[in-house]
Design a protein around this ligand. Structure first.
Ligand code: HEM
Length: 319
């Protein structure tokens, strides 16, 4: 399918959908499942074949029936209410916007959202999402295929600050944190509470409350974040410093929500959310460097003309 035309009208619909999603997610307390929907639509991306990714294909029965997507039909149906009011918006944009709003309304960081994702009806084969029963090397394999880093793995796992596992969906049961409707760094704090017996280096959890919390869930993949030294570094950092978690989370979530998506223009971001492109934005940087190269070439050509003109003048005088 063709990419949507991100004109003023489309941006207006995005703004309205943003408001409708805020109201819907707050009234239905469905932030966790909305975040999971956005992640599972995006997390099928394969950086080598450029297939999968945030393209709305999770709405296909074939895909939402994958065992890892159990329970997500609820979120797909809830999004249909917003789609009916704003049919112009692609499913791909709608699901990612729902993920951004889920984090926002539960008190998490503001995530930059650029619209314009294409919809697809092509679903990837089952098995691209991570298996919660595995360890660090599996996590690396899956996230590397998406084009994501160790830091992305840890910080995005912090999404488990929201919601819970359901026995009938995944076989696991219970929430990760005491308040599963609040987006904060408590996922990391809870993970470290059992840290010393889970292989955390002595002293790493200094300054953090110790002791195991009853009834809270730790998936094998969550525990893997403690066992691997690269991962553990970020767990400790985010447990100690919520601002660092929020900053890095916003960056990695944006990356996840844009896998395989090349925004048509960075101006759409400025218009839609009233933001100024930051100079640390790689797209803005590359635009700036193009302008710089063009100006440099222009100056060089002008200088060459002046020098040639000068020598031509001397030549004529000598004659
Ligand atoms: C690192 C690999 C990951 C694994 C193995 C994993 C696995 C799981 C499992 C087994 C569940 C329970 C599902 C259920 O029974 O309802 C779950 C729930 C959830 N996951 Fe993950 N997940 C991962 C990464 C992520 C990421 C990157 C995010 C978002 C940034 C995320 C957000 C969520 C949320 C919000 C829920 C709660 C859903 C609800 O309450 O209905 N997960 N995840």
């Amino acid at each position: 399918m063709a990419a949507p035309v991100v004109d003023a009208e489309y941006l207006k619909e995005i703004d309205k959908a943003h408001r409708d999603l805020r109201a819907l997610i707050s009234s239905k307390n469905c932030a966790p499942i909305m975040l999971r929907l956005a992640w599972h639509d995006a997390g099928t991306y394969d950086v080598n074949t450029k297939t999968g990714g945030p393209n709305g294909s999770i709405r296909n029965e074939e895909e939402y029936k994958h065992s890892s997507n159990k329970g997500l039909k609820t979120a797909i149906d809830l999004c249909e209410e917003v789609k009916a009011k704003h049919p112009k918006i692609t499913y791909a944009d709608l699901y990612q916007l729902a993920g951004v709003v889920a984090v926002e309304v539960t008190g998490g960081p503001t995530i930059d959202f650029i619209p314009g994702r294409k919809d697809s009806m092509v679903s990837p084969i089952e098995g691209r999402l991570p298996d919660a029963n595995q360890g660090a090397s599996h996590l690396r394999e899956i996230f590397k295929r998406m084009g994501l880093s160790d830091k992305d793995i840890v910080v995005l796992s912090g999404g488990h600050t929201l919601g819970r596992a359901h026995k009938e969906r995944s076989g696991f049961d219970g929430p990760w944190t005491q308040d599963p409707l609040k987006f904060d760094n408590s996922y990391f704090v809870e993970l470290l509470k059992k840290g010393e017996s889970d292989g955390l280096k002595k002293g790493e959890s200094d300054g953090l409350k110790k002791g195991e919390s009853d009834g809270l869930l730790k998936l094998p993949t969550d525990k893997a974040l403690l066992e691997d030294p690269e991962f553990q570094f970020y767990v400790v950092l985010y447990a100690k410093d919520e601002d660092a978690f929020f900053r890095d989370y916003a960056v990695s979530h944006k990356k996840l929500s844009e896998l395989g998506f090349i925004p048509s223009s960075s101006d759409s971001k400025v218009e839609s959310l009233g933001l100024t492109p930051s100079s640390s934005d790689p797209k803005v940087e590359s635009k700036n460097s193009t302008i710089l190269v063009q100006s440099t070439v222009g100056v060089a050509v002008a200088a060459a003309i002046v020098i040639l003109g000068y020598f031509y003048g001397i030549h004529r005088t000598i004659k």
